[in-house]
Write a protein that binds this ligand. Structure first.
Ligand code: AMP
Length: 221
């Protein structure tokens, strides 16, 4: 199982790049946020429990997040590997993932950190709009929809998340960068982390990410 983890602060373009990379590499894009939203929509027991945390903008407890992820990774289409987006969010989750993959004879191949300076993150996040139906992400400056206020993918209305307002962006970033730093340390120690410059347009960042994937694959790691 070839697992590539994408890491980045909120607003670094992680979700967008994960979707593009999945297409280019022919691997499923597994985003835990999407899995949770689907579980909530379907009203599964796990979704009902998770909703209490998501509604407050909090992380769902590690044991729930790990269970949801492993159920997805055990699906037949994931046997060849996945692009993982939104997990792990904490060091504890990284450790659980290592353990679960170990029992399945797998391991994390590569972790790509998309790095963007904090000031630029604040600017980008205040311009972010997502679609009401599926959470597809647009940005008024870097990735505008072709029709204003309408999702290009499914035609639903674009809305701004409360936590994307500039006033709360900075506080949210501070909080999340701490946890991200722990996950980065974990994978740096394991020797699987590659840092990629996340500035510039989407296509340029994709090429840098593909270079990092190719460099590692070329060395047979
Ligand atoms: P996202 O779309 O990645 O922003 O995720 C939306 C929500 O799903 C988050 O605010 C959390 O409540 C939950 N979530 C997604 N991934 C995780 C995770 N790895 N650990 C805990 N909660 C998560």
């Amino acid at each position: 199982m070839r697992i590539i983890v994408l890491l980045g602060a909120p607003g670094a373009g992680k979700g967008t790049q994960a979707a593009v990379l999945a297409g280019r590499l022919g691997l499923p894009h597994v985003a835990t946020g999407d899995l949770f939203r689907a579980a909530v929509r379907e009203g599964t027991p796990l979704g009902v429990e998770a909703q209490r945390y998501m509604a407050r903008g909090e992380l769902v407890p590690d044991r729930l997040a790990a269970r949801l992820l492993m159920e997805r990774l055990d699906q037949p289409d994931a046997t060849g590997g996945v692009i993982l987006d939104g997990f792990p969010r904490t060091r504890a989750q990284a450790e659980v993932l290592d353990g679960e993959l170990g029992t399945r004879g797998g391991a994390i191949d590569l972790v790509l950190l998309i790095e963007v300076p904090v000031e630029e993150l604040v600017e980008r996040m205040s311009g972010r709009w997502i679609c009401r139906l599926e959470g597809h992400v647009f940005n008024v400056t870097t990735n505008a929809p072709s029709r204003p206020g309408i999702c290009d993918v499914d035609g639903s209305e674009l809305i701004q998340r409360d936590d994307d307002r500039p006033a709360v962006v900075r506080a949210r970033l501070d909080q999340q960068l701490g946890a991200l730093g722990e996950v980065v340390d974990h994978y740096t120690t394991r020797g699987v982390l590659r840092t990629v410059d996340g500035r510039g347009d989407i296509a340029a960042v994709t090429e840098r990410l593909l270079d990092a994937v190719g460099t590692v694959a070329g060395r047979g790691v």
